[in-house]
Design a binder for this molecule. Structure first.
Ligand SMILES: [Zn+2]
Length: 81
């Protein structure tokens, strides 16, 4: 079994290049190293939060283009303001 993209957020969106609805993905946040650094230094939590809040572009899994229109974002729930 291949383990590539083991940390990948997945959703579906509309790709402007493929001109259809495609599966999209973006690299997930690796919390492990952040947790260790936070435990070691204490103040690293600032960088952790900053990294977690950084906007990560979605990519079309078929052509690799950036996708801005997300149809179903499972991570959007609970993030509404
Ligand atoms: Zn595409």
């Amino acid at each position: 079994m291949k383990v590539h993209f083991s940390r990948l957020d997945e959703a579906s969106g509309y790709c402007g290049k493929c001109l259809k609805q495609v599966p999209v993905g973006r690299p997930g946040i690796r919390h492990g190293p952040h947790l260790i650094l936070t435990l070691l230094t204490g103040f690293w939590a600032i960088f952790w939060i900053r990294d977690a809040r950084r906007p990560r572009p979605w990519q079309c899994l078929e052509c690799g283009a950036e996708v801005y229109k997300i149809m179903s974002d499972p991570f959007a729930k609970g993030e509404q303001r």
